[in-house]
Design a protein around this ligand. Structure first.
Ligand code: SF4
Length: 296
């Protein structure tokens, strides 16, 4: 059985990700984000559980991976759910990656990633934290199981001050919920030391749409015609009307340019706005481990 798999986001025509592998130490996620798309295709998603026989499978896969392989962890879960504090499975996987010529892109909403700074230093890696708002109260409703954005920003600051390359996913943007104050968010991100931002608009599927409607019924009423009358369906997701998506992405791209951040959008079809060398932040990964002997 293979656990580090080629990344294949439903063969989506809008995906601009580089060729990479996808790795989830856990199945499901405890963070409970209302907008989560992984919950639409992972069974019992909200019962976060470790992958069975994880370390044996990881060892086997790592031995087979091509030199310089890019591993994105994680795309269908978070590698640092609360249970990772005790289980330390992601940590043990990072130990397995040491000494291999792999590129690791850590994608998380948790400042628990700071615990593994010692291991990150020994890898060719970059970390992207997802921060969708500066408003801790809004985040508590939107991402109820994840650490508040203030802690995520602190993690960005700590990682970057330790020399780790950091990007931030301002993702997703949901009109009438978190589409205001974006310049303030970008400034905080820049001041914390991140150098790249990836963003996209909310692309609901039936389950995420239902969750937004339950927690934010007024917002859902305003969004309904945008998604279901004026918007479009691409694959299994609903999209906002294209001009609206472009305006939102351009606003963030312009803000990033003003602040000296690189920018890319994710599955929007506006590659002309991208200034980052990759959409996912993998270009931040250095050519050598941070602690390599031939580096100062
Ligand atoms: S952290 Fe990611 S995988 Fe987990 S619930 Fe939120 S969006 Fe889904």
């Amino acid at each position: 059985m293979i656990i580090i798999r080629p990344f294949d986001p439903w063969r989506g025509r809008l995906c601009t990700c580089p060729s990479k592998f996808s790795f989830d130490p856990y199945t499901g996620c405890e963070h409970g984000c209302l907008y989560c798309y992984a919950s639409s295709y992972v069974r019992r998603f909200h019962e976060c559980r470790p992958k069975r026989d994880l370390l044996r499978l990881v060892r086997g896969d790592v031995a087979r991976l091509p030199d310089n392989a890019l591993i994105s962890m994680s795309n269908s879960s978070d590698p640092y759910p609360p249970m990772e504090q005790d289980m330390r499975l992601t940590r043990r996987c990072l130990e397995e990656f040491q000494g291999r010529n792999l590129r690791i892109l850590v994608i998380t909403k948790s400042d628990l990633v700071l615990r593994d700074l010692d291991l990150l230093r020994g890898l060719r890696c970059a970390v992207t934290l997802t921060i969708t708002t500066l408003d801790d109260d809004l985040a508590r409703k939107l991402e109820p199981g994840a650490p508040p954005p203030s802690r995520r920003l602190d993690a960005v600051e700590k990682l970057s001050s330790e020399g780790i390359m950091v990007g931030v996913r301002v993702d997703p943007i949901i009109p009438y919920l978190n589409d205001e104050g974006l310049m303030d968010l970008l400034k905080e991100i820049r001041d914390a030391g991140a150098i790249h931002v990836t963003s996209s608009t909310f692309k609901p599927r039936p389950d995420s749409w239902a969750r937004i409607g339950m927690v934010f019924p007024d917002v859902a009423e305003r969004l309904r015609p945008l998604y279901f009358q004026d918007g479009e369906r691409i694959g299994r997701s609903r999209y906002l009307p294209r001009p609206m998506r472009f305006r939102l992405m351009k606003m963030i791209a312009d803000g990033c340019r003003e602040l000296g951040l690189t920018f890319a959008c994710c599955r929007e079809g506006f590659v002309e706005l991208n200034t980052g060398a990759s959409c996912d932040g993998s270009h931040l990964i250095p050519a050598r481990p941070y602690l390599s002997e031939d580096r100062e």
